[in-house]
Design a protein around this ligand. Structure first.
Ligand code: GLY
Length: 403
């Protein structure tokens, strides 16, 4: 006969078991529900892009955001955001395995090709790796491979050997001699890929040199990062530490922190160097223990913006962090549960409170991102890269299940 105590323990176990199962299925549902939503909403986007192209000047290829009048803002392939929309379409193909998404992804990827020769800025990685890179990963189309190798070659032309870094921008020559922005960490993934494909170590050496210099010069004691570090290309000396998109030189611009966290997690994956893992962990600690991070984990556009809590959020930074957290949880097993809880919470909150209603906002998935607040550009708007990293995070979450 089971005594009262045993019955109570059994009852509790059933409750916990049922609770865990329902939490797990709720989490699995989020991926399914968000991709179900995206499969409808991105078709709206495709139709809106085609309509907008008819009235746009030739050469506009991808959606970036909404204009103040609610119209779709299309960009040319040279814009740093041009690869995200095709990238989102590739993620739809990856999730659904449906050839209709593949055909759409191919169609919107093709116009980005000229960027393989554009050495005018460091964003070759964003443009080509999110579009052709995902396409090559999923299709192994050899023509995509050649395009990506050419893109990586072009990116190496921006390497300044005396300073050991890749130059980010060519604009604002009166202000900076050789600016490097924290965002540049993301472009290293293309170089690591090219090294694996070609075994030419030059790609690897440049990527590692840039990552090391960025650890040396971009970070403060608390592991927050400056946005822009200006180098002397002859002596390699650091000339200035500035911001461009943050509130002030000494503040922590939210998306910059997210780029750093994602970038060093990726560098650890590609090199196995634990210095990068430690850097990623420390940046994560800065972000997720920050007193100004809201309870729903969707950061304000700058962690030190003066009007907090009445400052715009940056959903794009949250989506980048969620994606990076899932990957980091694979490498830092000690903190894996915490990282996945944070990432799950971000996805839950984005899905519940930041998603566009279906058929609205010209097919964008997420609302409330901030592009360049100091210049009054793209405040509280949808952005194509927020959607891209949201889908990437959902896919990474789904892959966690099979581990
Ligand atoms: N890479 C530019 C930005 O994050 O706004």
């Amino acid at each position: 006969m089971i005594c009262m105590h045993s019955k109570f323990v059994l009852f509790l176990s059933v409750l916990v078991f049922t609770g865990c199962n329902s939490l797990r299925s709720q989490q699995e549902n989020i991926v399914r529900k968000d991709f179900d939503f995206a499969s409808k909403q991105l078709l709206v986007a495709v139709s809106e892009v085609e309509k907008a192209k008819q009235n746009a000047i030739p050469g506009k290829v991808s959606p970036r955001t909404l204009n103040a009048d609610g119209g779709l803002q299309l960009v040319a392939s040279r814009d740093w955001t041009s690869g995200f929309f095709p990238g989102s379409l590739w993620y739809m193909y990856e999730y659904t395995n449906n050839d209709e998404w593949k055909e759409l992804a191919k169609k919107y990827t093709a116009p980005i090709e000229p960027e393989k020769m554009n050495g005018g800025d460091h964003d070759i990685g964003f443009k080509l790796y999110c579009s052709f890179g995902n396409g090559y990963r999923l299709t192994k189309d050899p023509s995509y491979r050649s395009i990506l190798i050419q893109a990586a070659k072009t990116l190496t032309t921006r390497f300044k050997s005396n300073a050991g870094i890749i130059r980010s921008w060519d604009h604002n020559t009166g202000k900076w001699q050789c600016p490097v922005i924290i965002d540049n960490m993301m472009n290293l993934e293309l170089l690591f890929w090219a090294f694996k494909e070609t075994r030419d170590s030059v790609y690897y050496q440049i990527a590692v040199s840039h990552a090391k210099k960025t650890i040396e010069n971009h970070f403060r004691k608390d592991y927050s990062s400056y946005h822009v570090v200006d180098y002397d290309t002859i002596t390699g000396e650091v000339l200035k530490k500035n911001t461009h998109q943050g509130y002030a030189h000494e503040t922590a611009w939210a998306r910059g922190q997210a780029w750093g966290m994602y970038g060093y997690t990726m560098c650890f994956r590609e090199t196995g160097d634990t210095a990068y893992l430690e850097q990623a962990k420390a940046i994560t600690h800065f972000i997720f223990t920050n007193k100004n991070l809201p309870e729903d984990l969707i950061p304000y556009w700058d962690f030190d913006a003066p009007g907090i809590p009445d400052e715009p959020r940056d959903v794009s930074a949250a989506a980048i962090c969620a994606s990076a957290l899932y990957e980091l949880s694979l490498y830092d097993t000690e903190n894996a549960i915490q990282y996945r809880q944070w990432a799950d919470a971000i996805l839950d909150n984005l899905s519940r409170d930041y998603r566009s209603p279906l058929n609205e906002n010209r097919g964008f998935l997420l609302l409330h991102s901030t592009g360049i607040k100091p210049m009054n550009i793209e405040i509280d708007v949808p952005l194509s890269y927020a959607d891209y990293y949201f889908l990437e995070a959902l896919l990474r979450k789904q892959k966690m299940k099979s581990r």
